[in-house]
Design a protein around this ligand. Sequence first.
Ligand SMILES: [Fe+2]
Length: 134
Amino acid sequence: MPMEWKPEYSVGFDRIDQQHQELFHRFNSLMEACKSRQGRDKLRELLQFLDDYVVSHFDEEEKLMAAHSYPAIAEHKEQHRIFCRKLGDLKKILEEEGTSIHLLVATNEAVLQWLIQHIRLIDTALGAFLQNKR
Ligand SMILES: [Fe+2]
């Protein structure tokens, strides 16, 4: 079942929401590819995408937090660092094993957890805070 981005995940900034939607879309296309047994090709593509995505997307969120003196900035940034480390581990597996099923499962788990926990809980908390600042 595809992971759907819902308006309740909105952080109230279009650019950030669009970036989140892009991640949902990328994840869903990996899942689609798995169904047709093309997951391993898509997997490399997703990891390459995530490499750029985490830098630009996290940076943008962190600048927003700093600009508005968000009180939970340290915790939020730590969550970003955790995901970056996870991505580093996944890339290491890619180098060592290629697009293995093990890597597919680990990537699926990491990104799914990210979609569910980070965007839905951590980023929406930031969104709620920013709403009151406008
Ligand atoms: Fe975030």
